[in-house]
Design a protein around this ligand. Structure first.
Ligand SMILES: [Zn+2]
Length: 429
């Protein structure tokens, strides 16, 4: 069904590839493998995490060719799990069984050489008549996906991530994020479809979930459907399959807080007050603490944060929400529009104080991008430092750390003003 990534080598000498041997197949470098080493270690459960460096493993198809206890066994396209970080390779239990079986058959037939090719399971799980491209080998071999019921439901289907922009722009659907790479597409209370972004920047959703969408939506998704890259390691996988929520980074928290605020606003005003365009989507994933304090990183950080957390507010939608309340917003920029909307929603709250971090971020860009005079930039920077309760010696890293936390807190406060936008993140069992 899908083209596989072929890896491995035809080399049959143990010496040459000793370091690449799948775990559990250790042997002395100058000697053949022992069949006993192929049996799964007692109580062993293969997970999607590398037991050498703890990074995610990718499903991969390797050309296996080894002398196993006196029989030369070659399997083209043997499914294995591979770590891209430390290059360790791990044998799947199914693959171990295949090697053991081939050894047994060859022994019975008194043959010293066996050569076979792995056949893709190539199954259509039948959830939908829309011909999605997916790889049933993913379902069979990636740890944690197989279930004795609803077979194939948890088959990962891969898409261009721009799909999210379309759903965000739709009046029917909403896209919300639990972190920078894990979220849900929702349609009111009718359904919610979890999605994740993998390390290759591809969007992943489960086949069973996709099949619950109206057929026209499925055909749209099919147009953005890409072949599996067999790489499912992501926060989406952790949460949905392992029920593991890694400690979110401050940046993850901030993006989630933004999402929760926008959800609350949608519930209150019926408007999507910010848009998810390709730029925001690309930038959100890349935001991380700068490593160094330089003129370049100052400009980049201020720029990126402004784009995601200020410029993505939708002026038109803010204007419409204000219009409903009888307010004229023509002369106002987006932050002022938002402030006015919140003030109308909660006249007793000190909105301008709550929103201070957003104005700080705005000024930070003025300070770091040298948009005005040198003196003006310096004054802006001092004003930023003062409002973040930092001294004048505070550099980019201090400012960044404080600002991310303050922006998160600001989103939480204005969310409380609008109403409860809390939602529930469920795992898939
Ligand atoms: Zn590793």
């Amino acid at each position: 069904m899908n083209p596989k990534t072929r890896e491995g080598a035809a080399c049959k000498t143990a010496q040459a590839h000793a370091d690449e041997k799948p775990e559990g197949m250790r042997y002395k470098k100058d000697k053949p493998m022992n069949l006993a080493d192929v049996f799964p270690p007692n109580g062993h459960v293969q997970h999607l995490y590398c037991n050498q460096c703890n990074d995610y493993l990718d499903l991969s198809f390797t050309d296996f060719s080894e002398d196993v206890s006196g029989i030369c066994i070659s399997i083209d396209g043997l499914p294995v799990l591979r770590c891209r970080k430390c290059s360790a390779t791990f044998l799947l239990d199914d693959s171990r069984v295949a090697i053991i079986y081939l050894h047994e058959q060859a022994t019975k037939a008194r043959k010293s050489v066996v050569k076979v090719t792995h056949k893709n399971t190539d199954r259509d799980f039948g959830f939908t008549k829309v011909p999605f491209v997916y790889d049933s080998d993913d379902y069979k071999y990636i740890p944690g996906l197989y279930r004795p019921f609803n077979e194939g439901f948890l088959t990962p289907v891969f898409f261009n991530k721009e799909v999210l922009i379309k759903y965000d722009a739709s009046p029917v659907y909403r896209v919300s994020f639990a972190s920078k790479t894990y979220g849900e597409i929702r349609q009111g209370d009718a359904f919610s479809m979890p999605f994740g972004l993998n390390r290759n920047d591809k969007l992943i959703m489960w086949l069973g979930d996709i099949a619950s969408l109206p057929e026209t939506e499925q055909y749209y998704l099919r147009s953005e459907n890409v072949p599996s890259d067999h790489s499912i390691g992501s926060e989406f996988y952790d949460a949905q399959i392992e029920c593991k929520f890694t400690d979110p980074s401050p940046e993850d928290n901030l993006f989630k807080d933004r999402s929760t605020f926008l959800e609350a606003c949608f519930g209150r005003f019926g408007e999507k007050l910010a848009q998810l365009d390709k730029e925001v989507l690309d930038l959100a994933v890349t935001v991380q603490r700068p490593l160094v304090d330089s003129a370049r990183t100052r400009r980049d950080v201020a720029d990126v944060l402004n784009k995601i957390y200020i410029e993505s507010f939708n002026n038109k939608a803010l204007g419409k929400a204000l219009d409903v309340l009888g307010e004229d917003a023509k002369s106002l920029g987006s932050l002022k529009r938002l402030q006015k909307l919140l003030e109308k929603s909660s006249p007793m709250s000190n909105i301008s104080e709550m929103m201070s971090p957003f104005y700080v971020l705005y000024d930070l860009r003025v300070a770091f991008s040298h948009l005005g005079s040198e003196k003006g930039s310096q004054e802006s920077l001092q004003y930023v430092q003062k409002r973040l309760a930092l001294g004048e010696s505070a550099g980019l890293l201090d400012i960044y750390d404080r600002l991310i936390v303050e922006l998160s807190a600001a989103f939480k406060k204005i969310t409380a003003v609008v109403g409860d936008g809390t939602k529930y993140w469920t795992k898939r069992r």
